[in-house]
Design a protein around this ligand. Structure first.
Ligand code: BGC
Length: 399
């Protein structure tokens, strides 16, 4: 079946409007305004990639406001972070539930709901996104200096600890994409910190690279976690946009090839084999990460196809879901999650961010197409796109 081809500039304008209109007065980006389990929270991981897309789209102030939000969250916990670092140095690394959480309420609180919270990747990713923002738009990082230093100290002390991965699972493993986020973030700010911290960063990133080479590679490709032989869709990010693994290397090429062969069906990308979340569907944001990796490695045609698939998952009103229920790995589990949390998170702001990011990188539209006043009222232009306005199809996709 040919993929529907919505007008991608129209969809991109809808996406940027959505990101900006949902950003809270505090600067947080909600993961999904409507999904029961995510409502009211902002993740460092999602938020950093959303800010990166807003920055790439030319919305400088929105991205800066998110980084300000991160800095406030960290400043509020400065004493606790120093305690974690000191305890770790004394050989008493605090338990996972004393480490920094993955997500916060919009006002920077911890929130009252239990979550799979100990995740390190977002703390690297926000540093990387902040530095990329500065490289793109100029300025210096001094307004964020204290938060950068706290984050660096936290990551240098804790990088090698097992923790939950991008999918908030498997807390007993060291995840290679988590390490790539940490390494990319530390590298990104190394020139902006004092010489002592810069030396500790240099030492840590050498160790991270060595650990990945020794334990995070099998059969010439990156693996999901130390000791595993399988892959995870998040590994594409290590190649692009994070650039922690250079795209021209054999390691990158082989990783991309295995992600294509093992996780990709018709350009829709699964998280990992064995995924059961909502039945284990395909994630538009992962098609975008894989597209960015292909593009960085020189394969524009495949990147275009992955992008086309990702935007084809938009509902009739222009919203992008977290995943679509096609080629389900574990169809018997879909209903379990619907009963528990409701239907798939739609819109997911991170999905919108990644289609923006890949679309910009491919030159499908430019920041000037995405400039101008933001009218947050719906997405009327999308009704011009017949392939996307059939509610039955939209419902089927986002089942
Ligand atoms: C995903 C996370 C994501 C969160 C919020 C979870 O289901 O596994 O990667 O950060 O949703 O979007």
């Amino acid at each position: 079946m040919p993929l529907p081809t919505p007008d991608d500039t129209v969809l991109a304008r809808y996406s940027i409007r959505l990101l900006l209109s949902q950003q809270t007065s505090e600067g947080a980006y909600p993961a999904s305004p409507t999904f029961s389990a995510y409502r009211g929270y902002c993740w460092f991981r999602d938020g950093a990639f959303i800010a990166d897309a807003a920055s790439a789209a030319g919305h400088v102030e929105s991205a800066s406001r998110f980084f300000d939000w991160c800095a406030r969250v960290l400043a509020d916990r400065a004493e606790h972070i120093r305690w974690i670092v000191a305890e770790t140095a004394a050989g008493r690394p605090p338990a996972g539930d004393r480490m920094l959480p993955a997500r916060y309420t919009f006002d920077g609180g911890d929130g009252a709901d239990d979550w799979w919270d100990f995740q390190l990747d977002g703390y690297g990713t926000w540093l990387w996104a902040l530095s990329a923002h500065r490289d793109r738009h100029g300025g210096d990082l001094s307004p964020w200096r204290d938060a950068i230093e706290l984050t660096v100290d936290y990551l240098v002390a804790s990088w090698d600890r097992p923790c939950y991965d991008w999918w908030e699972e498997h807390a007993n493993h060291v995840h290679v994409s988590t390490l790539a986020c940490i390494g990319a973030g530390l590298d990104a700010v190394a020139a902006d910190v004092d010489p002592d911290r810069a030396a500790r960063i240099a030492d840590t990133t050498v160790r991270i690279r060595r650990a990945i080479a020794e334990r995070g590679v099998a059969d010439g490709h990156l693996v999901k976690w130390f000791g595993s032989t399988g892959v995870d869709g998040s590994l594409a990010a290590a190649i692009a946009p994070l650039g922690f693994i250079a795209p021209a290397t054999e390691l990158a090429q082989r990783t991309i090839a295995v992600l294509d062969a093992h996780l990709t069906v018709g350009r829709g990308v699964h998280r990992y084999l064995g995924d059961t979340f909502f039945g284990g569907g395909q994630w538009p944001l992962l098609s975008c990460f894989l597209g960015l990796a292909h593009l960085a490695a020189g394969d524009r045609a495949t990147a275009e196809e992955l992008y086309a698939w990702a935007i084809s998952t938009a509902t009739g009103s222009g919203d992008l879901p977290e995943q679509v229920g096609e080629h389900l790995i574990a169809p018997g589990m879909t209903q379990y999650w619907i009963d528990r949390w409701g239907t798939v998170a739609t819109p997911l702001l991170w999905s919108h961010a990644m289609t923006l990011r890949l679309g910009l990188e491919l030159g499908r539209f430019t920041p000037s197409d995405l400039a101008g006043p933001i009218d947050a009222s719906g997405a009327p232009e999308l009704s011009d796109t017949p392939e996307l306005s059939d509610p039955a199809e939209a419902k089927d996709r986002v089942r």
